[in-house]
Ligand binder design. Structure first.
Ligand code: FAD
Length: 637
């Protein structure tokens, strides 16, 4: 260890750490826990150790796409799902009436209990030291990163470093015409680390996001709002939780009024967003209220979800009402809403601009191409959201540990899970705006339903030692029970009373019909199911969507063949006959490594892929059988 250092934690036998994780947000927690559970000594450095896994914005976990990621994190042995099951205060399954592929669990969190619970897990973890400090520099030489320099502790060496700095890199907050530096309200920005990354050649760009005001519940007239209860029974996130904390509170729905819209329109020039002060690109799918009023002038009202921030606070989060308008305008616009006439704001809404690194700088295992053994995860890679951050953090932690152990990296494919889809999108396409997950981002979403995350991914979690033997066997047992149920369904016909309706068809054929549910099978059709409701749902989906699933799998096989076709590094796309100019330009800009990666680029048509594949085949043929003059030429060289 370097002489300047004054650190004495759980170091490895060489006197350094296997992994240093910078930033105890959602990405950092998963990274640090995964690496230490895989046997590495981990130093976990954060600006404020009272704010581990703090929810900077919405006090909620999950949703459509995001809930899928949380289930995948759980299947790989991460912590987010178990923590929200313990500290959630209202649980719902979104899109319950739609197809199973797009149903996503979501829970309202007790924000401070979530943070405390995750901090306890981190503190109890062997080989993991959580410390408060600021990383101000990276130690980099020609061979890659070798550690970090901290404000208080000086230089500390490590085999690998994972940076999860969130919205903190050169963060700048805006409320109306006022701007002030910070990583989020009440926290300083991280400037030293941002300059160190720049000095090491990383191109830092800027993005922005925003948050709504928090309200004092004592000043809300809930009788004028529409209550939104949780679902019973509350859906769990984790395969490993025996139960969830349950539905303890209600959320409420309020609606903006024409008067509210007028106040916003009259003050647009005072918004940091529209005054030209903010240059970073914002999130299209989570717009501020002033953005919504500007973009949808015909809409007479917008929803505001009034959501509690916890059981021991009277603060409420005004979901859907993110804003960077001045404080006086925020008060006026809220007080124009029914039920909020006397509302008091406890914390203002604001916008934040921060630096991120274009994720095309990363390998698909989240190590930077520029500096070896340096990994990046979370909002620093251009994503937005706790779940997206945690999914990347987990993969970065696994890969930092594998790298420290001298083992090959782990890359999750697109067909295996949404985390694979997200990382592939990031590293191959980069980010022009904050990236968040939707089910529509996956071309295989029927195969990636939230219910099947354990079957898809637990094998990896078990292989890395993040899922214990008992949990893995339990998953296998349930999978076998589902197989046995399918067998039973295919060998049984319905009772005599239902013969007129269904004839001699097997129960399997009957449940394939869209108008027959599992409840019909176990009810009027008299089937004695051996499964609990979650497994019945999975079986029902498997049967009802069997045809689609088979077609999807055939398509994946075709596409995976494209992933195996490498595009020569030196290819001149202008020389490929039959490609449109804009497609040539897109390919030249992105230089995809394989035909599969080219196919996923926006605007690249199947016809272009065919043309390109014929061209590559012809290049390969002429390499194998050079013309006589070329062959002589090459001999001469
Ligand atoms: C104002 C605001 C609005 C947001 N709005 C939305 C939204 O609408 N939708 C959405 O999905 N998400 C939103 N988010 C984003 C959400 O908070 C992040 O996506 C998520 O927290 C990212 O997780 P992370 O782990 O990458 O980083 P963070 O949770 O930001 O954690 C970063 C951690 O790094 C630490 N750190 C930073 N620099 C250093 C350093 N040099 N040394 C040591 N420690 C360091 C910090 O202390 C912090 O603990 C918003 C965030 C903010 C601040």
């Amino acid at each position: 260890m370097n002489e300047e250092s004054c650190y004495d934690g759980h170091m490895n036998s060489a006197g350094s750490f296997d992994v240093i994780v910078v930033g105890a947000g959602h990405a950092g927690c998963e990274a640090a826990l995964a690496a230490s559970r895989m046997g590495c000594s981990v130093l976990f450095i954060t600006l404020n150790s009272d704010k581990v896994a703090a929810m900077s914005c919405n006090p909620a976990i999950g949703g459509i796409g995001k809930g899928h990621i949380v289930r995948e994190i759980d299947a790989l042995g991460g912590e987010m799902a178990r923590t929200i099951d313990r500290t959630g205060i209202q649980f719902r399954l979104l899109n319950r009436r739609k197809g199973p592929a797009v149903r996503g669990p979501r829970a309202q969190a007790d924000k401070s209990r979530y943070s405390e619970a995750l901090k306890q897990v981190v503190e109890a973890q062997e080989r993991l030291d959580l410390v408060q400090d600021e990383v101000v520099d990276l130690l980099v030489d020609s061979d890659g990163v070798s550690g970090v320099r901290c404000l208080f502790r000086g230089e500390i060496e490590a085999k690998t470093v994972v940076i999860c700095a969130g919205t903190f890199l050169s963060g700048m907050m805006h409320i109306g015409t006022e701007s002030f530096a910070g990583g989020r309200l009440g926290d300083p920005p991280s400037r030293g680390l941002a300059s160190s990354l720049e000095l090491n050649g990383f191109d830092l760009r800027r993005l922005k996001t925003g948050t709504p005001p928090r309200l004092d519940g004592e000043t809300i007239d809930f009788s004028k709002l529409t209550p939104q209860p949780g679902d019973e029974p509350p859906p769990k996130f984790s395969f490993r939780s025996s139960e969830v904390n349950g539905n303890k509170i209600r959320c409420y729905l309020a609606r903006t009024t024409p008067n509210c819209h007028r106040i916003i329109r009259d003050n647009l020039k005072r918004s940091a967003l529209f005054s030209g002060k903010i240059t970073g690109v914002g999130i299209r799918y989570c717009p501020s209220i002033e953005d919504k009023i500007k973009r949808f002038p015909q809409r007479e009202t917008h929803h505001i979800f009034i959501e509690p921030e916890g059981l021991s606070t009277s603060e409420y989060y005004a979901n859907g009402f993110a804003t960077s308008l001045p404080f006086d305008v925020q008060i006026a616009m809220l007080r124009s809403v029914d039920g909020l006439q006397d509302v008091r704001i406890t914390r203002p809404g604001y916008a934040i601009e921060y630096a991120f690194i274009q994720p095309t700088e990363l390998h698909p295992w989240l190590e930077t191409k520029r500096v070896k053994r340096l990994f990046l995860a979370g909002q620093i890679n251009g994503t937005s959201g706790y779940e997206e951050a945690a999914g990347q953090g987990l993969l970065a932690g696994i890969n930092a540990a594998l790298q420290a152990r001298g083992e090959p990296p782990f890359v999750m494919t697109r067909r295996e899970g949404y985390i694979g889809v997200m990382i592939d999108d990031l590293v191959s396409l980069g980010c022009r705006e904050p990236y968040r997950m939707f089910t529509a981002r996956s071309e295989h979403r029927l195969l990636l339903s939230a219910d099947t995350a354990d079957v898809r991914l637990m094998g990896h979690g078990h292989r890395f030692g993040l899922i214990d033997d008992d949990t893995f066997s339990d998953m296998k047992r349930r999978q076998n029970e589902r197989e046995a149920e399918l067998f039973a369904l295919s060998h049984k016909v319905c009772r005599d009373e239902c013969q007129d309706e269904f004839g001699n068809k097997s129960l399997l054929e009957i449940i394939r019909r869209p108008d027959v549910s599992y409840a019909d099978l176990t009810g009027r059709l008299g089937f004695e199911s051996r499964l609990g409701p979650p497994d019945q749902d999975i079986v029902e989906m498997q049967v009802k969507y069997e045809g689609y699933i088979r077609r999807e799998e055939a398509k994946i096989e075709r596409w995976e063949r494209l992933d195996g076709v490498r595009i020569p590094q030196q290819i001149d796309f202008d020389a490929v006959p039959g490609l449109r100019a804009e497609i040539r330009q897109r390919l030249a800009e992105s230089r995809p490594a394989t035909l599969g990666a080219a196919r996923r680029l926006p605007g690249i048509t199947p016809a272009a892929i065919s043309v390109l594949s014929i061209y590559i085949a012809s290049l390969q043929r002429s390499e194998r059988n050079p013309k006589p003059s070329e062959a002589e030429g090459s001999r001469r060289i």
